[in-house]
Design a protein around this ligand. Structure first.
Ligand code: MN
Length: 758
């Protein structure tokens, strides 16, 4: 990640804690160093040395040697109280992705545990979160948690992200925003979910700095401005509190004024629509005592000294937050007559607030010696197992585990589309459930499935993190067997529906009748037997003419669409003039004939464009203006007269002013008789799936837009580019249709092919 060429010669300095570790490893004769401590130090040092070698010559975007990053990550994990395997994984977390080393090799060198942790982190880093909706973000967070069988994987990932955020300034702006956004949507909430307060706060402040730089600076300055006053006031309050707690013989471990983090202040200002000066708890006091009982006694002291604000007291000791946060919160009227927030908690609660899930492997150690003991003999166990072993109160621990399970594994399974979107399905869901979730058509034509790039049977239960790809075939049909294994009601209903609709003969007869009515009996008889009918069916993604008729019959495809496709098929085979004749002979009633567009404009005194009356003119092909868009006329030397461009067309820029003619659309003209249309070319990038073209075309026909030509190019990565020539009445019609097409889930991109940038 973030590799660049070296730009500076900054040297890497081995941090103190790592020096100590290297020292411990060497101290073979020192009786004070236990065997297990030495083994831990050895694992940590070997991981560092290996990472150092592998990242040799690589640099961070800052120009610093790359090793700075894994060392920082390992250091963060050590601060959280992570064991030697976790710290080793911190050093090695990028090597599988960024160097030639395989996970297997890591297993051989450092053991299975380190291997699994690094593998887990590597897997998580493959996900692409960019531009997901809020619901997607929540799905990602859940899946993250559900996937990492070992929660330490997520903690390593969070440490990785925290260091990357700390060094974000060296990345280009676009990248910076993307990473900051992802951090705000995925990683900060995850840190919160795991209760790791210190990671959460720092991640949030860093995203704030990069996503709303102006507000960040503003609040930073405001906070700094008032610091002196505030700190003096707080110091006075703290002294008074200490005195009173002493009198009440409450043994506090610490009382301190605490600045709130900037993003918290900002959120509060946004939420309460308030000015900075109106936000009272910019600073707060935190009282840390030794026992639960003392928390409540300290609260009584606080409420005796200062008047509490009603409704602002919260007892998170009696009712802990889901992430296990515990504290008493109250807001009182402080010394200065302004509200003051006070938090009261025990040391143990404080550790949980700061380290969350990690507190459980840290707190145990902080009781005795000051240094974190690196290992226990059961390092082989996963964190969850350790938690069980470490908890004094087994019942409590089990409850906690149940809690985590309920919270994290809420009975859903999260899988990916090949495009990287997360789909949540009920537990036990199969590829068929997945297919119907993507789209009814995908389900109905589902012929097979690849799960994690391997062929899988359609009844395979899906697992968290599976990448599922559905293979469709035009002539595939749902099978009644599917009802035996699908678990989602959506899939079940649609399979049943399909069987209802597939009363085929009836549908064919109805479709035939509908087409017949639309096309007029005479023309229809001949057309039905012609090869154009087969072509039309294929253009509509159907196998046979009967399939097309059935689809019309039960409304899978609109009559309008079928008729338009048929016209195209005819047009493609017949010279235009002949076609015009044959069509006008076959029916008098055909609305919106494409033919009208290719016939020359009828000479008329009324011009659709004001400013060119009586003159020859044509619509410029480079920017294809339509009514509703600002236009300009250019006098050309050719025999085609005045060429009408959109304002802003680059081709007009170099034209001298004396050749420009002011023109505008004659809006009155639009209302009379058959509306004039103008050709526009558009290009749509789509996910290549059965029925997507059909969906787009039906949006066009819904808006009475004729399609002159269509060309589809497919690409290996399951995408396709569709080029369409369409006839547009005005800008408003174009915009409306564009927005409808853009809403289709399979449409990735839609643009007008024009020299003017829209
Ligand atoms: Mn990294």
């Amino acid at each position: 990640m973030h590799l660049t060429a070296p730009t500076s010669s900054t040297q890497f300095v081995v941090p103190d804690w790592l020096q100590e570790c290297l020292h411990t490893r060497r101290g073979t004769s020192d009786p004070a160093v236990s065997e297990s401590a030495r083994a831990d130090a050895d694992l940590i040092c070997r991981a560092f040395e290996f990472a150092y070698q592998l990242h040799e010559g690589q640099h961070r975007a800052s120009g610093e040697p790359y090793i700075i990053h894994p060392v920082a990550v390992a250091g963060l994990l050590r601060d959280l109280g992570g064991g030697s395997a976790m710290i080793a994984a911190g050093f090695l977390h990028d090597v599988v992705e960024d160097t030639n080393v395989t996970a297997e090799e890591l297993g051989d060198r450092f053991g299975e545990e380190v291997k699994l942790l690094v593998e887990g982190v590597t897997k998580l880093s493959k996900f692409n979160f960019s531009s997901k909706t809020e619901r997607q973000a929540e799905n990602f967070r859940r899946m993250f948690l559900a996937m990492a069988q070992d929660i330490r994987v997520i903690v390593v990932k969070l440490a990785d992200r925290l260091h990357n955020m700390r060094t974000l300034e060296y990345l280009p702006d676009v990248k910076r925003r993307q990473i900051a956004l992802e951090t705000r949507e995925i990683f900060a909430p995850l840190a919160n979910r795991l209760g790791i307060g210190r990671f959460k706060w720092e991640l949030e402040d860093l995203t704030f700095k990069y996503l709303e730089p102006d507000s960040y600076r503003q609040i930073q300055e405001l906070v700094a401005e008032k610091r002196i006053d505030r700190e003096a006031g707080l110091a006075q309050t703290v002294d008074r509190l200490k005195l009173r707690l002493d009198q009440a013989t409450i043994s506090y471990a610490d009382i301190s004024g605490r600045p709130k983090h900037l993003y918290g202040i900002y959120q509060k200002m946004q939420r309460q629509q308030k000015d900075y000066n109106e936000i009272y708890d910019v600073a707060a006091i935190r009282i840390i005592v030794n026992t639960n009982d003392e928390c409540y006694r300290a609260l009584a002291v606080v409420h005796d000294m200062f008047r509490p604000i009603p409704g602002r007291f919260k007892d998170y000791i009696g009712l802990p937050k889901p992430n296990r946060y515990q504290s008493l919160h109250t807001v009182v009227i402080g010394n200065t007559g302004r509200p003051l927030e006070v938090q009261i908690r025990t040391l143990a609660m404080h550790h949980i607030a700061e380290y969350g899930i990690a507190a459980h492997w840290k707190y145990k150690e902080t009781g005795g010696s000051s240094s974190v003991q690196m290992t226990t003999t059961d390092e082989k166990f996963t964190w969850l197992r350790q938690l069980l072993d470490w908890q004094n109160d087994l019942k409590d621990a089990q409850e906690y585990l149940e809690n985590i399970k309920d919270d994290l594994f809420d009975g859903d399974v999260y899988v990916f589309t090949p495009q990287g979107d997360v789909i949540s399905l009920s537990r036990g869901a199969t590829p068929v459930d997945f297919a119907y979730r993507i789209h009814t058509e995908v389900g109905n034509h589902c012929a097979g499935a690849r799960v994690n790039e391997r062929m899988a049977t359609l009844d395979t239960p899906l697992k968290n993190g599976d990448i599922v790809e559905i293979l469709t075939q035009k002539n595939s049909r749902p099978s009644l067997d599917w009802l035996n294994f699908v678990v989602t009601p959506g899939a079940r209903n649609r399979i049943r529906q399909w069987y209802k609709r597939s009363n085929r003969e009836e549908n064919i007869a109805r479709g035939r009748e509908m087409l017949e009515r639309e096309l007029g009996k005479n023309g229809f008889e001949a057309l039905l037997k012609s090869s154009q009918m087969q072509t039309t069916a294929e253009r509509c993604n159907y196998h046979s003419v009967d399939d097309l008729l059935a689809a019309v019959g039960y409304g899978e495809i609109t009559l309008n669409t079928a008729v338009n496709r048929l016209r195209e098929a005819i047009k493609a085979q017949q010279p235009l003039a002949k076609l015009a004749d044959s069509l006008s002979a076959s029916s008098q009633e055909l609305p919106l004939l494409p033919i009208a567009k290719v016939l020359p404009l009828q000479p008329s005194a009324k011009s659709p464009i004001i400013g060119v009356e009586g003159l020859l003119y044509h619509i410029a092909g480079c920017c294809t203006p339509v009514p509703g868009e600002a236009i300009i006329g250019v006098v050309t030397r050719s025999s085609r007269g005045i060429s009408i461009h959109r304002q802003g067309c680059p081709n007009v820029e170099s034209i001298p002013g004396d050749r420009l003619v002011p023109v505008s659309w004659n809006t009155a003209d639009q209302d009379q008789g058959r509306p004039q249309t103008y050709p526009v070319d558009i290009q749509i990038q789509v996910i290549d799936r059965v029925g997507v073209l059909k969906d787009i075309l039906s949006r066009l026909t819904d808006n009475n837009i004729n399609v002159r030509n269509a060309q589809v190019k497919t690409f290996p990565a399951q995408t396709a580019i569709i080029d369409l020539g369409i006839d547009i009445r005005n800008h408003e019609q174009l915009e409306r249709t564009f927005s409808q097409i853009r809403k289709l889930s399979d449409v990735l991109n839609l643009r007008r092919l024009s020299q003017v940038e829209d």
